[in-house]
Design a protein around this ligand. Structure first.
Ligand code: FE2
Length: 267
């Protein structure tokens, strides 16, 4: 268990994740941070720099050059281990399984051995204080890096995840997470669980723009990221990544709802 303790942070925070190899959205986020006067040490990435889109190696390089704290996502863990798939735990033969064969093999092929070694050293948890609140950052869940947690997930599941996390890092006021690709907040016994969503792919609501979170004081702001969608669409087309996620960039809907619980599916 690698824990990165950032100590006390001051000023506004940017919390983001799910870059998913979308270099155009990452560039837009970094540009916004500059305009807002938020330094990279106050921008925390919840992992999955690499996934569905065209610029796996370029996205890793850009985020490393920017220098923000990065948590290990399952995509980084799997690439670092040179595993054959993304480790989401989907059923063999499911649509997610078929779709991942396209983007995962592209990422595995294009990300350098040196970058995979950098991924291997990423922390499993990030902790910090900010404006009197203690924060802990996980990727999917505390019990499982690839655990899908949704706003409709039963409270007992959140309580269990928070208990696991508290045993590792001590009590916290807020949990920051990613992985599932949909931003939400849930309050459980005085702890606020914040999923920051994803900047690299829309959230299946039909809106092409993507999501991140900004924290100002103690206020949690759900933010919408606008970026050059057409440029990333073309980059995916040129790379042959046309299994379905390229159309998600413009439609705002996922090509597969396999990972979603039934009460959050469109049909
Ligand atoms: Fe993930």
């Amino acid at each position: 268990m690698r824990i990165n303790d950032l100590g006390e942070l001051s000023g506004d925070l940017l919390l983001f994740g799910g870059v998913y190899s979308n270099l155009h959205s990452l560039d837009a986020l970094i540009e916004y941070a500059g305009q807002a006067g938020i330094p990279p040490e106050n921008a925390i990435c919840t992992g999955d720099i690499v996934a569905y889109c065209a610029d796996a190696a370029g996205s890793v390089e850009r985020i490393r050059n920017w220098g923000c704290p990065v948590l290990m996502g399952n995509c980084e863990a799997q690439l670092a281990a040179d595993a054959p798939d993304c480790g989401c735990g989907y059923d063999e033969g499911s649509q997610c399984s078929l779709l991942s064969r396209g983007w995962y093999s592209h990422a595995r092929r294009t990300v350098s051995a040196e970058a995979k070694e950098w991924m291997r050293r990423l922390p499993d948890r990030i902790i910090f204080f900010h404006n009197g609140l203690r924060y802990a950052v996980v990727h999917g869940g505390a019990s499982d890096i690839s655990k899908f947690i949704w706003p409709t997930t039963p409270k007992v599941v959140f309580k269990n995840e928070i208990s696991v996390l508290e045993a590792e890092v001590g009590a916290m006021d807020r949990v920051i997470s990613g992985h599932s690709g949909i931003a939400f907040q849930v309050n459980v016994n005085g702890v606020t669980w914040i999923n920051v969503g994803a900047i690299g792919m829309p959230d299946n609501s039909g809106r092409p723009e993507t999501s991140y979170v900004e924290i100002s004081g103690k206020n949690i702001k759900n933010k919408v990221l606008t970026y050059d969608i057409n440029a990333q669409f073309e980059a995916m087309r040129r790379a042959g990544l046309t299994q379905g996620y390229h159309e998600t960039l413009t439609s705002g809907y996922w090509p597969s709802e396999d990972t979603l619980p039934p009460d959050m599916r469109r049909s």
